[in-house]
Design a protein around this ligand. Structure first.
Ligand SMILES: [Zn+2]
Length: 474
């Protein structure tokens, strides 16, 4: 192994294979790597030695040997590094306090800067480095020192990845290991090793426990049937308003919940959607991403899975990860937008009233709390619930999401009847008996009811459905 500014150009080499003999300067340059390149025998291309690239310090120490061209490059690089150094995160004390228990930060890139954000909040900003995955690791360590067990992930946004990963083969692996380890609760006394250029965490010494895989047994038809009734995101109405002109980067995460683990879509501190999670749920990724962009328009730039959600999201499906990648690319290119973005922004302005539309955080909260307040205040109107809402009755936010408020009981009743009629007409096939249609209804319909209940005439969806079955089949 030769030093770049050493004597290898003058040294004599003998090829092991063809016995060619000559100086290093006569050799041809072979394959190039991060830290070194090969020099090959000019006659048979066999490798005769490797040469280490110089560090800036090496070049400075051999300044008289450096070409004029390289001197300009090195000086420019030094200037960049000096400027960068003044802006780079060095200690946990430089970071702001952040509220919340499950902190999932986004590693994003804006122009020449790396930006670490939590929802709308920008936690840190510094110059971005090409193939900056070792910087990713350094920053992750400092973030973990500051936020401890509360920090569970640092998720790179799609648009940051070209620059972050560069051409490096090891970059993806490094970032995955760092992200896995961020999820560990204890992250003190990390094993350290010294490489040629810097001190780094010795990841090979870090033990990461594999998370439990939460497979649902679909062979149990009953549980499959129950699951099919749990609410899923199917309409933009189910999502809260987010008033901001900034880019929106959402996080796809999961959390334990009763009766079943949930997929949660986060925007910083706010959970804007949750629905049931299952193994290999990657086919939910595109519909949800699409609705996010249809709701929030071109502002939506990414939906990033957390490390802990990847096991259920991808499962054993080999193509799942690339499907998710394609969807992220589509979000970035705004391919899911319908030309309704302006309407959403208009709604925002109306909802927030006098509020400055830049105040995203309070706007999200405002929109969610309006929804839950009205579910508590039964005098404010009538709402239709369906059987699947049962699962989320302890969660007023989710329960109220997308619910239409009817001014009078009669209005709500009319809508309930329409829903039932609609189901029966759609499912009726010529020749069906009353019982067949009615059983189908009991098994698969939404079973709507109205809250608060009417005064004397307690509406029974099943009684009404039975009457309609007789009407339709009879
Ligand atoms: Zn040779």
């Amino acid at each position: 192994m030769a030093e770049f500014y050493g004597t290898w150009k003058e040294d004599t080499y003998v090829c092991d294979k063809c016995e060619w003999k000559g100086t290093g300067a006569d050799c041809t340059q072979g394959e190039m790597f991060n830290d070194l390149f090969e020099i090959d025998c000019p006659s048979c291309k066999e490798r005769v030695d490797v040469v280490l690239y110089p560090t800036i310090e090496d070049s400075r120490a051999n300044w008289d040997k450096v070409s004029e061209e390289d001197k300009i490059m090195i000086q420019a690089r030094e200037q960049f590094l000096n400027e960068a150094k003044t802006r780079c995160l060095e200690s946990p004390e430089e970071l702001p306090d952040v509220e919340g228990d499950n902190l999932i930060f986004v590693w994003d890139q804006q122009k020449g800067d790396t930006v670490i954000s939590y929802g709308k909040e920008i936690i840190w900003r510094e110059p971005a480095f090409y193939e900056g995955y070792s910087r990713f690791e350094e920053v992750a360590v400092i973030l973990k020192k500051k936020y401890g067990a509360k920090l569970i992930d640092l998720a790179p946004a799609e648009r940051s990845q070209n620059y972050l990963l560069g051409d490096s083969f090891s970059a993806v692996g490094t970032i995955q290991i760092v992200r896995n380890c961020l999820g560990l609760n204890e992250w003190q006394d990390l094993p350290i090793k010294n490489s040629r250029h810097r001190t780094m965490v010795d990841w090979s010494q870090v033990v990461v426990e594999k998370p439990n895989i939460n497979k649902i047994d679909f062979s149990d038809s009953r549980s499959a049937h129950d699951l099919s009734k749990l609410p899923r995101l199917h309409s933009t109405r189910q999502l809260p308003e987010i008033c901001s002109d900034d880019d929106l980067i959402f996080v796809w995460d999961e959390q334990e919940a009763v009766p079943i683990q949930q997929i949660v879509i986060r925007y910083g501190n706010d959970i804007i959607w949750k629905e049931f999670n299952y193994y290999e749920c990657y086919n939910r990724f595109e519909p949800i991403a699409m609705l996010l962009q249809q709701k929030y328009g071109k502002r939506v730039k990414d939906l990033i899975p957390t490390r802990r959600s990847e096991i259920n999201l991808y499962g054993d499906c080999k193509t799942a990860e690339s499907i998710v990648g394609l969807v992220q690319g589509n979000l970035w290119m705004s391919r899911y937008t319908k030309d309704v973005g302006d309407i959403t922004e208009e709604t925002c302005k109306n909802n927030s009233g006098k509020n400055n539309s830049h105040n995203t955080k309070s706007s999200v909260t405002a929109s969610l709390s309006t929804a839950s307040d009205s579910s508590k205040d039964i005098k404010s109107g009538y709402k239709i619930y369906v059987e699947e809402d049962y699962w989320f009755q302890d969660d007023p936010e989710l329960l109220s999401a997308g619910k239409v408020i009817y001014e009078t009981y009669e209005d709500a009743l009319r809508e309930c009847k329409r829903m039932i009629d609609d189901f029966l007409i759609r499912n009726y096939k010529p020749g069906m008996t009353v019982d067949e249609l009615y059983n189908l209804y009991l098994q698969f319909s939404d079973e709507p009811y109205i809250i608060p209940r009417g005064e004397n005439n307690q509406f029974s969806h099943s009684k009404y459905a039975k009457e309609q079955c007789v009407e339709i089949c009879g």
